[in-house]
Design a protein. Structure first.
Length: 155
């Protein structure tokens, strides 16, 4: 188990990043609900910039703390091995989905005649996927520091 102060600090910072990322997802969902011809162009730009910045910061922290610890534990623990593989794959998926979200926000900000239903579904899908991903990463962090999570993840 990883209980040293450096890991604890990194995980605390990562937790703050997750909270900010989820707030960004909430803002994205609000934009999706209002995806009409009256959408606020500046808000589209702000939400896009905030989401990409937050996701990049979270990924950097994960690469420095969470993923190495998971990789180490995955050698012996089949649950952690499953989580490590799943999160590694999801990181690639998240990056692709983020690109699509940013393109859609750019289109909406530029008054592109994009169907509101499309934007809404895309934003909901991204936010749900990100919430699930963050939930699994929080679960992994608790396991890494030796705190038994309140919920379990089935394989």
């Amino acid at each position: 188990m990883y209980r040293d102060q450096h890991t604890q600090r990194m995980f605390s910072t990562l937790e703050l990043g997750y909270s900010n990322l989820l707030l960004g997802c909430d803002r994205l969902l609000c934009l999706g609900e209002g995806a009409t011809s009256d959408i606020d162009r500046q808000e589209c730009r702000e939400v896009g910039a905030a989401l990409i910045s937050c996701l990049e910061n979270v990924r950097l922290l994960e690469d420095l703390s969470l993923m190495p610890a998971l990789e180490h534990l995955a050698r012996e623990d089949p649950v952690m091995r499953h989580i490590f593989r799943r999160l590694s794959a999801e990181h690639c998926e998240d990056a692709c989905q983020m690109e699509e979200v940013l393109e859609t926000l750019d289109a909406l900000a530029g008054r592109c005649p994009l169907a509101a239903g499309y934007a809404r579904l895309l934003f909901v899908g991204f936010a749900r996927g990100m919430r699930r991903h963050v939930h699994m990463e929080r679960y992994a962090m608790r396991r890494i520091v030796g705190i038994e999570p309140a919920t379990t993840i089935t394989q």
